[in-house]
Design a protein around this ligand. Structure first.
Ligand code: FAD
Length: 615
């Protein structure tokens, strides 16, 4: 019988990241999954990253994780979302070649020391003395381990819906996990039901591409991994089309046949990834919705129509898809569907993602009520690191809201729980001006090195970058202008007599690096990526200091009283969702408002500003 330090169950996005993290920590790790050739499968959209999600991928990469590296190897269209806005809210995203992503993840897994892949179905847990001591497979094999990480995604009691047809399944083509779901209940672990959905897949050869507007990737692609500079494979464009009145009418006429609206689904779905049925009901006044037609691979005709996930019957899917411009003759390769599955209330977990009442058992990914590959992988990292530490008899480690989006997510999940599938947004992070995608390595790689989960290649690259940043910063601090000199160069600075360094001048949004390089030629000697990074750091330096003071003040302001008739509906800047939730909850103090479900730190700041005005 083989003994492992850590067993990870599930080779999805959470599981692979967890297994790699544990193995990098030196733990003898097994990844038990239903099919080894399905490691790295993307169940839904062929894309990684986006707003908030891209931050998570960069943070995983900063800890030497694998998602960013695999995404770079498979990326066929890189775009930095919100490019025109400030770096704090920019989100790196790539459309990925589905097959290349899977192969990249499997290749990285094969290369990883201390990691063994075992094909099989985990059917129950081994326990002794109130602790989880291993995993029992469906064929009866027993795998003892010091810690177990469970990452079964949408598979626990998964039920697929297409119209009024239902079939058990973990996702299309895979069977669900029933024994394990039963065993979790036997162990007293409470579960609920959530749902998610996916659009039909189209045959790209039947799309009239020549009629469509095409969206290319960025001219200068930004990759995910701090170790990579340029895309690995050919880059492509995707097409853009729209739904229309006819599409909406077809959907409206058939709403009662949708699994969701026909009352066949009890689970709650992701509000931020609504099905096309949801969009038509919730945004009834909109006459059109945008659809991105994303090729799923360089040598694959399958196209993913981003924006029209559905649980309508197949004949209705065919009708509404063919009512869309340039899709009149399209062939559906696989129908869209919805899936319901069991999840565990994440408030049952500690911040290291270990179940409080089942020591030794860690949970990560969709099983914790989240949605998305990136959210899953980030939790996998946390659970894998901690499982390895527990196996080695060490104290758990935590990420905090002040150092990472990972910390924000774990804190949100474990303290507030979920009422719908949780996804990451930049608005969830109160420290978002300092938690940027561009500086994830500066925030976290040192922490990863201390933990022992960062390999030598990254260590060398990171230390060299940090040295260059330090000397570059010293140079920028040493080069100064008086206010009068600055004005002579056309810079609008206060004539307050204070000399300003090049670094300080870069905090002015209208002073750019090339302006300063003309004045101080020494700056041109810095490596372009180093000076660009310093410019971003400088831009936010003042805001970050102010933000930290605001947060301190916020802690003091917890006891502010909120009048009973406070008018949330009239507040601009507050989402409709929060207006509704706060109007219903009527918190009496700011501290209570903070604990209302989904209330973000940004929303609290708005309420506080209003209370101050009213005083
Ligand atoms: P998964 O990627 O599902 O991986 C689970 C793994 O566990 C699989 O490898 C499986 O083989 C393995 N496994 C399960 N049971 C066992 C067992 N008993 N023994 C061994 N191995 C087991 N996300 C979005 O962000 N937006 C969307 O619109 C969206 N739509 C989706 C639509 C559908 C139909 C599905 C299925 C998922 C969708 N997702 C969406 C979610 C996204 O796929 C998940 O968030 C992500 O894959 C979760 O990763 P995970 O690692 O938790 O689980």
């Amino acid at each position: 019988m083989k003994h492992f330090d850590v067993i990870v169950v599930g080779g999805g996005h959470a599981g692979t990241e967890a297994a790699h993290a544990a193995a990098r920590m030196g733990a003898r790790t097994a990844l038990v999954t239903l099919r080894a050739d399905a490691i790295g499968v993307m169940s839904c959209n062929p894309a990684i990253g986006g707003l908030g999600k891209g931050h998570l991928v960069r943070e995983i990469d900063a800890m030497d994780g694998v998602m960013g590296r695999a995404a770079d190897m498979a990326g066929i269209q890189f775009r930095l979302l919100n490019r025109r806005k400030g770096p704090a809210v920019q989100g790196p995203r790539t459309q990925a070649d589905r097959k290349l992503y899977r192969l990249a993840m499997q290749g990285l897994t094969a290369e990883q020391a201390n990691l063994e892949v075992i094909e099989g179905e985990a059917a129950s847990f081994m326990t002794a003395g109130g602790r989880i001591t291993g995993v029992r497979l469906a064929d009866g094999a027993e795998l003892p381990a010091k810690a177990v990480v469970l990452t079964t995604g949408t598979f626990l009691r998964g039920l697929i819906h297409i119209g009024d047809q239902k079939q058990p399944g973990g996702r299309m083509g895979d069977k669900p996990s029933i024994s394990l779901a039963d065993n979790l209940r036997d162990l007293g672990i409470e579960t609920g039901r959530l749902k998610t959905g996916t659009p039909p897949r189209l045959d790209g050869r039947t799309i009239k591409w020549e009629l469509l507007d095409m969206q290319p990737g960025d001219d200068e692609p930004e990759l995910f991994s701090f170790l990579h500079r340029a895309p690995f494979v050919r880059q492509i464009s995707c097409g853009i089309t729209h739904t229309n009145e006819q599409t909406h009418q077809i959907i409206r006429d058939n709403l009662s046949r949708s699994a969701m609206y026909g009352g066949h689904i009890e689970g709650v779905g992701p509000r931020y990834c609504p099905s096309i049925e949801d969009k038509i009901v919730r945004f009834a006044d909109k006459t059109s919705h945008q659809i991105f037609l994303e090729p799923e691979g360089l040598d694959d005709h399958t196209v993913y129509p981003n924006g029209i996930s559905t649980s309508l019957p197949v004949d209705v899917q065919e009708d509404y898809v063919r009512s869309i411009y340039a899709l009149e003759d399209v062939k559906i390769l696989q129908p869209g569907y919805a899936i319901e599955y069991d999840y565990v209330d994440p408030r049952a977990l500690t911040q290291s993602l270990e179940l409080r009442n089942q020591p030794g058992l860690f949970l990560a990914g969709q099983i914790n009520g989240t949605t998305g590959y990136e959210e899953a992988a980030a939790q996998g990292l946390v659970a894998g690191l901690n499982a390895a530490r527990v196996a080695a008899g060490q104290e758990p480690v935590q990420f905090s809201r002040t150092n990472s989006y990972i910390g924000v997510m774990i804190d949100d999940l474990t303290t507030r729980g979920v009422t719908e599938p949780y996804r990451m947004f930049t608005s969830r992070a109160e420290f978002r001006l300092s938690l940027r995608a561009d500086n994830a390595d500066q925030r976290l790689t040192g922490f990863g090195l201390d933990l022992g989960c960062v390999g030598e290649t990254r260590q060398i690259a990171f230390e060299s970058k940090m040295e260059q940043l330090a000397s570059g910063r010293a140079l920028m601090e040493a080069l100064t202008l008086t206010p009068r000199e600055a004005a002579a160069h056309g810079f609008a600075v206060n004539q307050d007599g204070a000399r300003r360094s090049a670094f300080a001048l870069l905090s002015f949004p209208d002073i750019a690096l090339p302006d300063l390089e003309r004045i101080f030629p020494d700056l041109s000697a810095l490596a372009p990526e180093i000076s660009a990074q310093l410019a971003k750091d400088a831009l936010y330096a003042n805001y970050v200091a102010r933000q930290e003071r605001d947060v301190e003040a916020m802690k003091r302001d917890e006891n502010w009283e909120i009048p009973a008739d406070f008018d949330y509906a009239a507040m601009s800047g507050l989402s409709n969702e929060l207006k509704l939730k706060l109007s219903r909850a009527r918190p009496q103090t700011l501290g209570q408002a903070a604990r209302v479900d989904s209330v973000t730190p940004a929303a609290l700041t708005l309420i506080l500003a209003k209370l101050r005005q009213m005083k």
